[in-house]
Design a protein around this ligand. Sequence first.
Ligand SMILES: *Cc1c(COP(=O)(O)O)cnc(C)c1O
Length: 456
Amino acid sequence: MTMSTVGAQFGPHRHARGRAAVPQHRRLRGGEWWRTIPGWHDVDAATFHDHRWQLRNTVRGADDLAQVLGERAQPAFLADLRAALRRATMAVRVTPYTLSLIDWADPAADPIRRQFLPLHSEQEPDHPMSRMDALAEQQDAVVPGLTHRYPDKVLLLCLDACPTLCRCCTRSYSVGDDTEQVDKCDLQVDPRRWDKAFRYLRGATQVEDVVVSGGDVGLLSAAHLRVIGEALLDMPHIRRIRFATRAPAVLPQKLLSDRDWSETIGDLAARGRQQGKQICVHTHFDHPDEITEVTRQACDLLFQQGVPLRNQSVLLTGVNDDLETMVTLIRRLAWINVEPYYVYLHDVVPGDDALRTSLADAVELEKNVRGQTAGFMTPTFVCDALGGGGKRELHSYEHYDQQTGIGVYRSPVVDPDRPFFSFDPLRTLSARMRMAWRSPAMRQTMVARAVAAAGM
Ligand SMILES: *Cc1c(COP(=O)(O)O)cnc(C)c1O
């Protein structure tokens, strides 16, 4: 679909066309849809919505998938998946809940499948500038798993496990099992490592804001969650704590059936409020199909406990890079009281170039999104600039050349003199330009010219 046809559909006078049916974004999937998958045909709702069952039955590769899909498995699709996994930087791990939302009649075209299950037929060569740790988080780590890049906020990686592994992961240097391509750095659940981070933070009194991430804090036990939350709340200078988990999107059962866990979040938030501090949950939905009636219930549980819930999406080709999908996603999030916070340009990490978009397309999408709904429900589109520049608002580049695909950003707070970069996927460049990127000398020249054009 082209931008202009979608733009017309979402044009300024659409709201004036009289009373329409229930809008798309309010129609949430319900019922027992997973029963159409042969392996789960006999699984009742009580079992399916138990987070322990979900974790026990997580699909960890093509063999698991073939078994679950039974006669619905398409041999060509499975062969395509197997071929992709031989060169993947991220292993496969998908919860039954997420897997059940994929349209198995046409998995190749499905936007949820694209996020979690790679296909050889859609893989593209990596951009030569791609890096495993594109955001230089390890370089800026003050103790293992604690990145302190900005004056008053830090990123604490508590664990390296996730219930579902995303292909676009920027932490594929650590998260997930080793693959045939990568041995990963360990950041396991380890209270002694956390103690080192807490010791640092007690002394770092300029820090007011802690992002507790991973991995996914949805895989921490309630007891560990409490240990981390209370240690941080006990530091008078820390005023804001965000727990990052994709559980609302890929394992909403965690919130609904592990009441210990969700009540711990609620308790910490209540204790925080008494101290004048804010505790919230940051999550990650990329496509409106990920939001079901179960999601709504899970998010309501947090909302009713007064825990703000915010969303960070990644812009992905063929998943959410068209206006209609992005607007439906944003409206659906707003409908269930999840604030769309950021939409990230896909980081320049290896193994997923097929899903990256160009900066030009992202900028165009942003222009068409802004104004569609309340400003406070409209996400900021950002680029986490290569090399550790941190998040930059997409439009704020110093220089961008659509021919070379190089974007140059300044990040005065991180380092006023260093240029930081974005690189468009090779697929969006001309054949001549793709050739140029193959030559290390040409690469250097192109980057140097872009930096000069940016006046740096
Ligand atoms: C994203 C990030 C933060 C939080 O940034 P916000 O823009 O406030 O969401 C903090 N530290 C690091 C290293 C980060 O990458």
